[in-house]
Design a protein around this ligand. Sequence first.
Ligand code: GDP
Ligand code: MG
Length: 222
Amino acid sequence: MKTTVVVPAFNEARTVGGVVRGLRPVCGQVIVVDDGSSDGTAAAAAAAGATVLRHGLNRGLGAALGTGITAAVRSGADIVVTFDADGQHKPEDVSRMVEPIAAGRADAVIGSRLLDRRKMPLTRRLANWIGNALTWSLFGLWVSDSQSGLRAFSRQAATELEIRTDRMEVSSEIVKEVRRHGWRLAETPIEPVYTEYSLSKGQGFLVGLKTAGRLVLRRLMG
Ligand SMILES: Nc1nc2c(ncn2[C@@H]2O[C@H](COP(=O)(O)OP(=O)(O)O)[C@@H](O)[C@H]2O)c(=O)[nH]1
Ligand SMILES: [Mg+2]
């Protein structure tokens, strides 16, 4: 089975090379989607051995994931994993993400940082809970880490997945897709790595609020 890991990356030149090098031994292909970065993200990813796709302009996480997942399916992936570029995830966790799909027990897997709660800083935990509650109230499915960047899809699910939102709402939209298609979902505990870099770079309160607003609007507009 071919596992392709899709890494959305926006101005991650500092970390993306190391992420790609860590991933190569644990999968068949790494696709980095450089989402209109103005630093050396694409070059660092290519030098580390990734297939690099580029957006000419910054389009946002959802658009980057859409580009990468479509490319992974086209290049023959049996399982598609999404993985952040900022060093927040551990390459060792990929095999645990893939396992329920390879064993035929799940169509989609979300890597949950919250099954081991103490690892997440308190403010993040609160923001995460709000994200989960909002996702549940809009889309009717409770997942323990709705905003996780580490996910896996069977080829079938990756093909059926329709991403319509360009930015951070995509994480909740993916939960919506799980429900809409009736995919069997597994939640696998993963170990988040909180470096000063990934914390400083991560989404703040304002982005969270905007994301929430856009989600509610979309839902209201059908
Ligand atoms: N912030 C941001 N991240 C993007 C964008 N496009 C792709 N990404 C990537 O999406 C991943 C998650 O972003 P991050 O800011 O760390 O979000 P968080 O970890 O959920 O707080 C990283 O690998 C980013 O490089 C974008 O337009 N903005
Ligand atoms: Mg992050």
